[in-house]
Structures are given as C-alpha cells and as structure tokens.
Design a protein around this ligand. Sequence first.
Ligand code: S3P
Length: 423
Amino acid sequence: MTTRTITGTTESFAASVRVPGDKSLSHRALLFAGMAQGDSLVTGLGTGLDIATTRAALANLGVAIDGDQVRSPGVSRWATPHRSIDCGNSGTSMRLLAGVLATSRVSTVLIGDSSLSRRPMTRLEAPLRSLGGVIATTSGHAPIKVGGAEVVTGAGVTIETASAQVRSAFELGALAAKGSSSIDSPPGFRDHTERWLHAIGRGDWESDTKFRIDPGPVPPAKYDVPGDPSSAAYLWAAAAISPGSQVVTTTISLNPGRIGFLQILDDMGAAVEVVVTNSVGGDPVGDVKVTGRTIRGVTIDGDLIASALDELPLVAVVAAYGEGITTVRGAEELRVKESDRIIAVEQMMLSLGGGISTVHDGFDIVGTGFLHGGSVETYHDHRIAMAAAVAATRASGEVEIVDSDVAFVSWPDFYESLAALWS
Ligand code: S3P
C-alpha cells in the first residue's frame, strides 16, 4: 500500500490544463464500439484503471482493442469467456456490462474487488428481468451470473434512484429486445447513454426523464472523448480554495448531469466561467475557468445532488476552507459508492481538524477557513484520496494520504497534475 505526503502552500497559481478523457464516456465509447460490428476509432479515452477494466472485459468477449482501434464481431457474435470477467473496482464496467450481457446469448459471471463486491447490484435485477434478461446476483451483490437469454421483449420500467448506471444497463440491454422499451427515474442523472442512443437513432425522450429505446444494432463509432469534469473538479476545487488562483480546463464534457459541482462552486462564491465550444455524441463540450474568491456556506439538496454526486467529498473540502455552514442532504447514494463516502468524508475532516456532523443522507460542514495536517484513510476510494490531496494543498501541516495510489482508478497522473498547478 502506498502512502504519500503533501505539504500545503499559501501561494496562488494560474494554469491551463487538459485533463484525461471522461471516465463515464470512455466506458460508453468502448462498449458502443464493442457492441457494433466492424471497426471503430475511439480517441482521447480515459487513462485510469477502470477504463483498462472495460477494455480487458471486452477483450475477453472477443473484441480486439489496439490502442484507439476497436474491431468487433458485434454483440450478437461475442465469445463466451473462459473464466469470470473481473470488473476490478469499476461499478460502471460491472453494471453496464451486466445490462448488455443479460439480454445476450453469452453466459458468464462478473466479479469485482472487495469494494465493488460490497456495492448493491439488486437494483439491476428487476429492470433487466422485465426485458427477459437473465441475471442472478449473489445475495444482491457480485458475483453476478448474467446471460443466456432466449426471448427478449420490450418493457417499460420506472426506477427509484436517479442512477445513470442502472438506466444505462437497461437501455443497453433493451437494444436486443423485440420491441421498444422505456425507462423513467428521478432527474439529475448523467444522460450520456441517452444522448448517444438518440444520436445513432436508437431512441428518444418521451419526457424530461423518460427515454424510449428502439432496438437494433449500433453502428461502428468514430468518437473523440472529451475531458472528464469529475477529474477537472479537483483542479477547480484547488483554485476555489486559493483566493486569486485561477485554473482553465479545456475540452471538458459539460453534460448537465455532470456539472452540478460548478453550480455549487458558483453558489459558494467562486468565479466560474463556462464556454461551450463543441458537441460530441450529443454531449456539450467546452472550457471551464474557475477563480478562487472567498467561499461561503450553501445548502445542497434535490436534483443538484445527482449531478454533483461524485464531487460531494470535494464540496466538503471547499466548504471547510470557507465561511459558514454547508449542508448536504438527500445524498444517501454516497453510502454505496466505492466506499461509504459519508463515513470517509467524516474521517477525513476529523483527521484534518475540520468541523463536520453527519446524518444518514448527508453532512454539515462548519467552514473555518482552516485545516491542519494529519493522516487520511482513503477506504480504497479514489475520490477520497484525491479530495484529501486538494485539502492538503492549503492545510497548515503535512497531510499523509494512506493508499494514495487508489487515485489511479480514474487518474494515474493526478498527483503530478495537481502539483503542476503551481509550476
Ligand atoms: C456513473 C454513474 C454514477 C457515478 C459513477 C459513474 C456512470 O453512478 O456515480 O461514478 O458512468 O454511469 P450511479 O449511476 O450509481 O449514480
């Protein structure tokens, strides 16, 4: 296990950064390319271990991937893997693959590491079974047996959580059905899969949240993955807690379900400028500039939670360096991420001298403008490691990050990129 120590600074910075390809879109780009029959070209893919997991999973299914080039026999001719498919730490790999495989002829088992094996998978079962998909979890968890479906029919489902992973699993599975399907859920989710399906003529919106899937093959893709807003968020936060500092991140995916954190930073008093420059696969793409100013406490709940979910540990860090109380509610999904992020955030704050109280679906942070040094337990969660590193950049003493390399799950060069802001 690696431990890293970071020393804070009071110096400000001005930097422009191109962050690695978006993790959510990289999984989807690889899956869509892997499902299509023929040759696809997917550039700008994310560099983290989770993306390597999806690459390896597809290779086990008979998809040839060489760098950016993907050659597939098409999902209906995928090979049956000789052994279980290991999804490592990646919930998106496991859930999206479960969707595709449940309604396919390929019968296999999806396994994951100890963190992924603790995460809830029951939520996949009813939606996929309503299509005639075959899926069996192990008491609601991985290992998951999937596939070997015989009759796949269209279905209409409504799910209770604004989960893009569950929606996407259903939507990808529904491509193999005999008739159209639809899915509805609460709002706030990242709608990358829906935008992609719409762009290739395989579905359309029936309301703000209800999407119809029209079954059929997907075409080979030529796709350039934009930068990951959930990675850029660490740099935005570093600027936000350092008055006068400024960071520009270029070519970022600006899907509305991904940029709740920018709204929060703006509400907290940071200067946020967004310029949309392009659109890729139906997703807006653009440049984001964040300038640090005095931060004040805010209340975060409702739809904003889903669109800032992965960034809520960072909200705690930014809030601690501000003034006043920040309240986060309606975020019980934090309990079932790569770690229980409410406990992990609480422990991080307590180690660094922050003021925090927690409830079942969120936390309150008392902004004092100050964190001290300490040792942060990451609970094998990349987002906790990276939030701790951002906290460390302004802490009054050294911050030790235990199991720091877990950050490589989403961003192998993260620590160097963070330090480079000041160079
Ligand atoms: C993701 C969806 C979100 C997010 C995760 C990636 C995706 O999870 O937290 O990091 O790529 O679809 P949920 O769908 O469980 O909310």
